[in-house]
Write a protein that binds this ligand. Structure first.
Ligand code: HEM
Length: 527
């Protein structure tokens, strides 16, 4: 057994050496590819920051190349033109996503984000758009968001008073969770339930970001070599207990409301209420798809997983970029002062008049897309250009690399929000949009499977960022930063691996109060 193991290791080392030394390109039906190793395919070429490895490979093999990860065939695309071919011209051939152990286990086998493009997906998409994430619904939940912005600003004001530091990498996900959690589930029954939910959701989101080798080879699929399935099942159990408690509390409240007893419920109907209406048959007439309790729970899991880290990490990157670019920060503040008068706090309703702030968010999404890839699966054999892509091939559109390619962007590594103002010569940040029509900029994907959370995100991020820089200066706390260039106070901008490519180091700062609108100081006041 030992001898066989040693021989296998020697064989793998030799193969790695050969593949590095004499990489081979395949011509013909498949895009070019490095030489693959038996069993592991091209895994040996990947570092934990996979988008960077794919970028390095694209420099050797061009804007489209193929890989085999374990036994799974993959195509990696790194140009806007090819992204358009796959996501627009051949959209229906690349409309699904590959499932994996985390998705199957965590989403009750009833995921929306990973559902095939069919009746159930279409039904749920309509539901989400009409009742939770469409413009009208997002506006209905404005009070919830305002409350959360003010809660954070008050906390920062307190820290500013005592010159204490605050870990924004901890606080920003709290804002996202409270906003999205309450939009979806209504008010939590208690502060402790809200905290419990936040911790469980955080653990669940982490699971989605872990790499599970077993998903990539039928040989060891059942073996659970990393103990991943076991951990996922344990996290799922915790998550399920929590969601069941939240649903049961809501059901109890609805029973009381139906009986007509007095209940103080001034909330807008939560999304969970609408889902329960469907389950209870109240709005299920003409329902053409099966909609079970597992679908409700799967959807809640999907929406939590897709929203909390994506939004909070985007805020963190944008703030860090501003701290590193005082001249941009100044311009942003000037814009806020021009638009927001009378000592009031900037809010979401100001966002359409703040093109520079919107441009900052876009520029940050260009350099730091929280989802570095748009991932899809080939649902039917398809010819793209000269290449034939087989059914079930995984597609990775490398957003991160496209956003940093000098062919697509002038001085791509510079943080320059102005590039999003230039195209129409005016000061409208809408020149390059986020809605997947310009293929050099796809932070939210494109086409039918584009992110349904864009409207919410593009209201929340600029409003919160504007409020945080309107009210505070930010003193970077040196000891919390590895490799910080202390003289220039430049923050390290390294990434670490994860579902959403977070910053490598927590963003810890001391807020310094510069402007205190009444709404922050007086707990009676709401913005
Ligand atoms: C900065 C914030 C966000 C970013 C960068 C982001 C990015 C993305 C991307 C790249 C996709 C894949 C799109 C495609 O395949 O074409 C996606 C899908 C999705 N996102 Fe977002 N997202 C964000 C926020 C949100 C929020 C706030 C929600 C919900 C509250 C959300 C819910 C979803 C869902 C449900 C899907 C799956 C859609 C489908 O398969 O049809 N996202 N997102």
């Amino acid at each position: 057994m030992v001898v066989e193991l040693v021989l296998l290791i020697l064989f793998l080392i030799l193969s790695i050496f050969i593949s590095k030394k004499f990489h081979v390109k395949h011509y013909g039906d498949l895009p070019p590819s490095p030489l693959a190793l038996p069993i592991i395919g091209h895994f040996h070429l990947l570092s934990p920051l996979i988008h960077r490895s794919f970028h390095d490979l694209s420099l050797r093999f061009g804007p489209i190349f193929s890989l085999r990860l374990g036994s799974v065939p993959c195509i990696v695309v790194t140009s806007p033109e090819l992204a358009k071919e796959f996501l627009k011209t051949h959209e229906l051939s690349f409309i699904d996503r590959s499932e994996n152990t985390a998705v199957e286990t965590m989403t009750y086998n009833a995921s929306f984000a990973f559902a095939p493009y069919a009746h159930h997906w279409k039904f749920t998409k309509k539901l989400i758009t009409n009742e939770l994430l469409g413009g009208h619904s997002v506006d209905n939940f404005l009070a919830i968001r305002n409350q959360e912005y003010v809660r954070l600003l008050r906390l920062l004001a307190k820290k500013a008073e005592t010159c204490e530091s605050v870990n924004l990498s901890e606080e920003l996900p709290r804002v996202s969770h409270n906003v999205i959690g309450q939009m979806m589930l209504g008010k939590y029954s208690s502060a402790s339930r809200a905290d419990e939910a936040r911790l469980v959701v955080r653990e669940a989101t982490k699971i989605f970001g872990e790499f599970n080798f077993s998903d990539f080879n039928w040989i060891w699929k059942k073996l659970d070599l990393q103990g991943f399935r076991k951990r996922t099942e344990a996290t799922h159990k915790k998550f399920d207990e929590l969601v069941e408690k939240v649903i049961a509390e809501r059901e109890e409240l609805r029973k009381i409301q139906k009986k007509g007893d007095t209940i103080e419920e001034k909330d807008v109907k939560s999304f969970l209420d609408i889902l329960l209406d469907i389950l209870e048959g109240e709005s299920s007439e003409n329902l053409e798809v099966e909609f079970s309790r597992n679908h409700v729970k799967g959807l809640i899991t999907d929406l939590f997983a897709a929203s909390i880290d994506t939004t909070s990490i985007s805020m963190e990157w944008a703030l860090a970029e501003l701290m590193n670019h005082p001249e941009v920060l100044k311009k942003a503040r000037d814009e806020i002062y021009r638009v927001v008068k009378n000592g009031r706090l900037v809010g979401e309703l100001d966002v359409p008049n703040l093109p520079y702030i919107q441009a900052i968010i876009k520029e940050s999404l260009r350099l730091h897309p929280p989802l570095t890839f748009v991932t899809r699966k080939c649902v039917e054999q398809c010819k793209v250009g000269n290449y034939v892509i087989a059914k079930d091939t995984m597609l990775f559109i490398n957003n991160w690399a496209i956003g940093r390619d000098p062919k697509n962007w002038e001085k791509p590594l510079e943080f320059c929000p102005e590039r999003f103002l230039q195209l129409d010569g005016g000061d409208k940040a809408s020149a390059i949009d986020v809605r997947g029509q310009q293929f050099q900029f796809l932070p939210f994907g494109s086409g039918r499977r584009i992110c349904p959370g864009i409207t919410l995100t593009m209201k929340m991020l600029p409003a919160l960022l504007a409020a945080m820089i309107q009210c505070f200066d930010w003193k970077v706390v040196g000891t919390h930063y590895k490799n910080m260039d202390k003289e220039n106070n430049v923050l390290e901008m390294d990434e670490k691996p994860g579902f959403t490519t977070p910053r490598a180091y927590d963003l810890v700062c001391v807020p310094v109060a510069r402007f205190s609108p009444l709404s922050i100081l007086d707990p009676q006041n709401e913005i």
